[in-house]
Design a protein around this ligand. Structure first.
Ligand code: SAM
Length: 230
């Protein structure tokens, strides 16, 4: 079974490289070493390497491989980086990031608001990439507030859609840092690449259109209504 999935993984990486979405060796190696089949529900394993999002329960999704590739490349993670991910979901993106930082002493902090998903992510990571567990810490809580006690972060990746860039995340981004975040309405967004220069100045570049589940929290969307909190 794992041989079959390995072949599918190699094919997926070939396709993402040919599409120009995987560009760097670090991201390619990460995609090749994280077995995505461990991060989707067992009943959906045969679709693990198809290029679309899949449900992971509680109304949430594991993002499509092409979106994970785009976000990871835009983030330009280096092996020594301290990375914050908002929206652990299945744990797959955290594993991809951890694979990169495992090469140079960095660490991935990831926050999930739904405790059951955080628990499942830990199970997925333990089964799928036990060698990476020491590079990942999972928290349960409102990631729109960031994780002040471990700030500043070299990189911040938000994998849920925000109405605007949460102020605490901007503050917790290190000088020279990059944040990747989908910003827009609840139903469609643009991926924004936020760069903080060495003197704290912020510049924002727009990347691709995307559709993410909402970032729900103090600096995101209110549950079940369509307006941002402030
Ligand atoms: N990165 C995930 C993966 O690799 O499977 C996919 C993330 S899924 C598209 C978005 C996740 O963000 C959901 O699991 C959702 O519960 C979570 N989320 C939404 N608002 C959040 C918040 N304020 N803090 C933390 N997690 C949040």
């Amino acid at each position: 079974m794992s041989e079959r999935f390995y072949r599918q993984r190699v094919e997926l990486v070939k396709y993402l490289k040919l599409s120009g979405l995987i560009k760097s060796k670090l991201v390619e190696e990460a995609f090749l070493s994280v077995p995505r089949e461990y991060f989707v529900p067992e009943s959906l394993r045969e679709y693990a390497y198809e290029d679309h999002p899949l449900p992971i329960g509680y109304g949430q999704t594991i993002s499509a491989p092409h979106m994970v590739a785009i976000m990871t490349e835009e983030l330009r993670v280096e092996p020594h980086h301290k990375v914050l991910e908002i929206g652990t979901g299945s744990g797959y993106q955290a594993a991809i990031l951890a694979c990169i930082v495992s090469k140079g002493g960095g660490h991935v902090y990831t926050i999930e608001r739904i405790p059951e998903l955080a628990q499942n992510a830990l199970i997925n990571l333990t089964r799928g990439v036990p060698q990476l567990l020491e590079y990942i810490t999972i928290y349960v809580g409102d990631g729109s507030r960031g994780l002040k006690e471990f700030a500043p972060f070299d990189r911040i990746l938000v994998t849920a859609a925000a109405p605007k860039i949460p102020e605490p995340l901007l503050k917790q981004l290190a000088p020279g840092g990059i944040m990747v975040i989908p910003v827009g309405s609840r139903y469609e967004q643009l991926l924004e690449i936020v760069v903080k220069d060495s003197s704290g100045g912020i510049s924002i570049k727009h990347s691709v259109p995307c559709i993410f589940v909402p970032l729900i929290g103090e600096h995101g969307w209110r549950e079940n209504i369509q307006e941002p909190l402030q």
